[in-house]
Design a binder for this molecule. Sequence first.
Ligand SMILES: Nc1nc2c(ncn2[C@@H]2O[C@H](COP(=O)(O)OP(=O)(O)OP(=O)(O)O)[C@@H](O)[C@H]2O)c(=O)[nH]1
Length: 335
Amino acid sequence: MTTGRYSDHDHEHYERPRRRTRPRTKDRPSYDDAVDARVVTVDRGRFTLLLDGRRVMAMKSRPLGRKGVVVGDHVRVVGDTSGADGSLARIVEVVPRTTTLRRTADDDDPVERVIVSNADQLVVVTALADPEPRPRLIDRALVAAYDAGMAPLLCLTKADLADPETLLSTYRSLGVPWVVTQLKGEGAGDLTELLDRLRGRTSVLVGHSGVGKSTLVNALVPGAHREVGIVNAVTGRGRHTSTSAYLLELPDGDGWIIDTPGIRSFGLAHVQPGNLIEAFPDLDEMTETCPRGCTHGTDEPECGLDEAIEAGEADVDRVESFRRLLAAREASSDW
Ligand SMILES: Nc1nc2c(ncn2[C@@H]2O[C@H](COP(=O)(O)OP(=O)(O)OP(=O)(O)O)[C@@H](O)[C@H]2O)c(=O)[nH]1
């Protein structure tokens, strides 16, 4: 383990050119010898990378400055990339991200943050019972997915305990794809449908405590050793067993999942209504006549969506579901 042996301070001190002996140069080093890696997890300023199939510990190099490095990032690395015990490589570049899943501001954390990058699917893991589904949280996760340009997928766990139909009726008009899983009881363990949906993509798994996300991750990636909590019989909440987002490769090498056990809230203050409606091109088309600044919400006086409903051109359920998402954006951020 390297943690503790090298503090940020020590390394910065070591890296900084000593003025008298080495004149400062304006040219940045070119890092021609840098190699590609992907960020697996982050722990107190130390990054675990996957590089040619081996795990390598790394830290940010000074030229990156305050630029964040997050789980899912493709990075360029120099230095000791052997992955040997005690070795520490340096991240010199973050490859431009294809997507960023963000959250804003909650009471514990006042800044907007990128949670993970380069994921193309957001899997909202919800138990059908124990704990009961929380549609408002599902809505908020969907908003985050649409805003990030990620495809949403509902993964309904614990199908041995309840029927999915009630919950699904809420999401049908939005056209969100879904899969059902069951890892206990008779006929448990068939993950074919979910694996089909994960294949060839990077999928972020979110879900509140106790929904069975760790159990699912362990079943998808044998050997992942994500800790499984015990659901409290009184509150329905699980123990908070793990904290950091973690990138895992699916066994067939054809897809990645990112487990996000640490996400306890999903602040959405950064989401613009205009971004959300872009995820629904059929509805977006109907808002061309909207007054400037229209949010397309329920109380907007001359929203094109209302006109489209009156003209019989819009599906009422779909508009209502979209507006529910829009409202969820402003709700409290508790996960
Ligand atoms: N009945 C039933 N129970 C399940 C199923 N999947 C998981 N569980 C149980 O649900 C409980 C919570 O599972 P976890 O995998 O720890 O849930 P989690 O979402 O990772 O929760 P945290 O670790 O607290 O974030 C455990 O007791 C599991 O055994 C299922 O398909 N059916």
